[in-house]
Design a protein around this ligand. Structure first.
Ligand SMILES: *[C@@H]1O[C@H](CO)[C@@H](O)[C@H](O)[C@H]1NC(C)=O
Ligand SMILES: *[C@@H]1O[C@H](CO)[C@@H](O)[C@H](O)[C@H]1NC(C)=O
Ligand SMILES: [Fe+2]
Length: 210
């Protein structure tokens, strides 16, 4: 009898192990040799993704603020909504980069944490533009920090030439031209406001941003 029970148990174990309908969660056996991004560099890229999402949320708040019927500066609203979309695009580009390098294997939720921006209302359009320029300067500094970490030979003898080239050519180029554009807009708007008060802001919204 004992032998019979043992053989039945054995059969059950064998058939369930071979059951083709059983769900298998084992991941594919892919050689890992091509995963050559260093841990520190990968961590920095993930931080940069969060930085871009933060900037996007900040500009989204600005867009919503200037859209309100009581404020009604549609030029400013559109300018900031567009900026928000661009920042989201930057985050997407970095996520796609990690994917290409085979690094998007875990923890997607922490990549896309969305937090409320620290500031959600602005006295004047000029204040928002100035804050936008400060945000861009912070993002630029942060990109440079990613570059410094990813080209750091001394750490684990990996200089990530390709990522550094991507960040320098694509990202820094856009930062610098965007910052110059904001600085120009601030200068023009400040001149108009000095001469015309809040009518200057209305004019700027209609003619420069509209
Ligand atoms: C993103 O914004 C949140 C909320 O302001 C802040 O706690 C977090 O440190 C920011 N992250 C980065 C990478 O700047
Ligand atoms: C480069 O790596 C070395 C060794 O780990 C470390 O001491 C240094 O702070 C790193 N520099 C940067 C810019 O990350
Ligand atoms: Fe950006």
């Amino acid at each position: 009898m004992k032998l019979f029970i043992a053989s039945v148990l054995y059969l059950v174990a064998v058939t369930s192990a071979q059951n083709p309908n059983k769900c298998s969660l084992r991941s594919a056996d892919i050689p890992r040799d091509f995963l050559d991004m260093s841990i520190g560099c990968k961590k920095e890229v993930r931080r940069q993704i969060q930085e871009e999402i933060n900037a996007s949320m900040q500009y989204l708040a600005m867009g919503a603020h200037f859209s309100q019927s009581t404020i009604n500066l549609p030029g400013f609203a559109e300018f900031f909504f567009k900026a928000a979309a661009e920042e989201r695009e930057h985050a997407t580009k970095l996520i796609e980069y990690l994917l290409m390098r085979g690094q998007l294997t875990d923890d997607v939720s922490t990549l896309i944490e969305v937090k409320s921006p620290p500031t959600v209302s602005w006295e004047r359009g000029l204040d928002a533009l100035k804050q936008a320029l400060r945000t861009e300067a912070k993002v630029t500094k942060s990109i440079k920090q990613v570059i410094a970490s990813c080209e750091n030979d001394s750490h684990d003898h990996t200089n990530d030439y390709h990522l550094v080239d991507f960040l320098t050519g694509d990202f820094l180029q856009e930062q610098y031209s965007g910052q110059r554009d904001l600085a120009g807009k601030i200068s023009t708007l400040e001149g108009l406001v000095r001469q015309q008060g809040s009518f200057g802001e209305f004019l700027f919204d209609k003619t420069i941003l509209g």
